[in-house]
Design a protein around this ligand. Structure first.
Ligand code: TYC
Length: 99
């Protein structure tokens, strides 16, 4: 009984449900398609087929969700995209939005 009350309180306070963030990849005119696919495979752990599909979708629509993560993971992945893109002198960028 007491256990049930505690569980309900926790559920109401969303203790076990962290806020999640969509990571959104942005299109641009300069980053190569191959590099975007490479990013989707290495940073977002997509397979080659899914990475290609997502890249083409972002290319056509301007932006697209590549994953949903906790705040810290989303921030880290966005920073990694920026670092890898800067190293290759591509303007590729990703942003995050609350789910
Ligand atoms: N538009 C780029 C091109 O034509 C390819 C591209 C796709 C760039 C997705 C960024 O997030 C992106 N080379």
């Amino acid at each position: 009984m007491a256990e049930k009350t505690i569980l309900k309180r926790e559920t109401n306070l969303d203790f076990n449900k962290p806020k999640m963030y969509k990571v959104i990849l942005l299109n641009d005119d300069y980053t190569t398609m191959d590099f975007v696919v490479e990013i989707l495979i290495t940073v977002f752990h997509k397979n080659a087929a899914d990475a290609t599909k997502i890249m083409l979708d972002v290319h056509q629509k301007g932006r697209g969700i590549v994953g949903v993560y906790t705040y810290d993971i989303a921030r880290t992945k966005i920073a990694l995209v920026e670092k890898m893109a800067t190293e290759r002198e591509f303007p590729l960028a990703a942003v995050m939005e609350p789910e």
